[in-house]
Design a protein around this ligand. Structure first.
Ligand SMILES: CC(C)(COP(=O)(O)OP(=O)(O)OC[C@H]1O[C@@H](n2cnc3c(N)ncnc32)[C@H](O)[C@@H]1OP(=O)(O)O)[C@@H](O)C(=O)NCCC(=O)NCCS
Length: 268
């Protein structure tokens, strides 16, 4: 399904310098074709990032083949969605999400998790609201919460903008969601999400995912945020770590009032 992509509000945002009319397309399950996977692997391999200075392939692009992308992010038997953004004929960004259900206890109602496993915007089209718009397109009425693991502060900020109240979102509420992260992440059909689940009952800002991507670009974003006097509450990031963010949908309030607040343990 295709529709007009930038809303009037987004077009008037000081963040944006709209280059031309952008289109977002959303594909779920069998609608995701081999051609889409090829395009996603190509965008990722050319625009994602580079390996860190201590990685054996330091300075080289982090790349994926279509087969590896399918294995890691689109495994059979799970519910996946792809959103692509185009400007004219140019694919300028994409996101992949996987949805699953989780329960706090055997008696409780299941909650629907939408986890963003891939988010990439072509260089030259960044900091213009593309990622935020892609994530807004990803959101669905039936979602109870959104999750993302990322070392890129702009990815975290895009999720906060798309799924919550931007940087003004109540950080204590978000940290209390990571307190429940074990329950939320362990049933994930995506193995890197499942294995990154933090210890039960801890509030964390980042987790060790063993992903040795270079953090130079990420630090530049943090420096820019600091220069602009903007809020960044997730701290610095250790090598091979990624920030973790779990956002309840705006219609919900966090369910565990006894969860620790931001004074709790943090690894970020
Ligand atoms: C992370 C990424 C997807 C962000 O895409 P983007 O289209 O530039 O993001 P947006 O323009 O929607 O910006 C999102 C937020 O980050 C902020 N931001 C973006 N780039 C920034 C920069 N260089 N400096 C400071 N803030 C920045 C924006 O201001 C916005 O916040 P706001 O709404 O509170 O103002 C893009 O940088 C990318 O593809 N990076 C490489 C791949 C990657 O690391 N992906 C994340 C893995 S899940």
């Amino acid at each position: 399904m295709e529709e007009g992509f930038l809303t009037q509000d987004e077009l008037s945002s000081p963040l944006l310098t709209p280059i031309s009319y952008t289109m977002a397309s959303k594909y779920t399950g069998r609608e995701i074709t081999e051609e889409h996977i090829l395009q996603a692997a190509d965008l990722f391999s050319k625009h994602y990032g580079i390996w860190g200075p201590r990685h054996p392939r330091a300075g080289q692009r982090v790349q994926t083949s279509p087969a590896m992308l399918k294995r890691n992010y689109l495994p059979d038997g799970a519910e996946h969605t792809l959103v692509q953004a185009h400007i004219g004929y140019v694919l300028v960004g994409h996101a992949i999400a996987t949805r699953w259900s989780t329960k706090k206890s055997a008696e409780s109602q299941p909650s629907r998790v939408c986890w963003i496993t891939q988010l990439c915007v072509r260089r030259g089209y960044r900091a213009q609201g593309v990622a935020t718009s892609i994530l807004r397109k990803m959101a669905e009425e039936s979602d109870d919460m959104y999750g993302i693991l990322s070392s890129h502060p702009a990815a975290i900020m895009a999720a906060l903008r798309a799924f919550a109240n931007g940087p003004e979102t109540d950080t204590d509420a978000l940290l209390s969601m990571t307190w429940q992260a074990t329950n939320i992440m362990t049933p994930s059909p995506i193995s890197y999400v499942k294995s990154a689940a933090p210890d039960p009952g801890s509030t964390v800002r980042s987790v060790d995912t063993n992903f040795d991507v270079d953090h130079g670009e990420h630090q530049a974003v943090l420096d820019e945020l600091s220069r602009l006097g903007r809020t960044w509450w997730l701290g610095d990031l250790k090598r091979k770590h990624e920030y973790i963010l779990i956002i309840p949908t705006l219609r919900q309030t966090p369910t565990n009032s006894s969860a620790p607040t931001s004074q709790g343990e943090g690894r970020g």
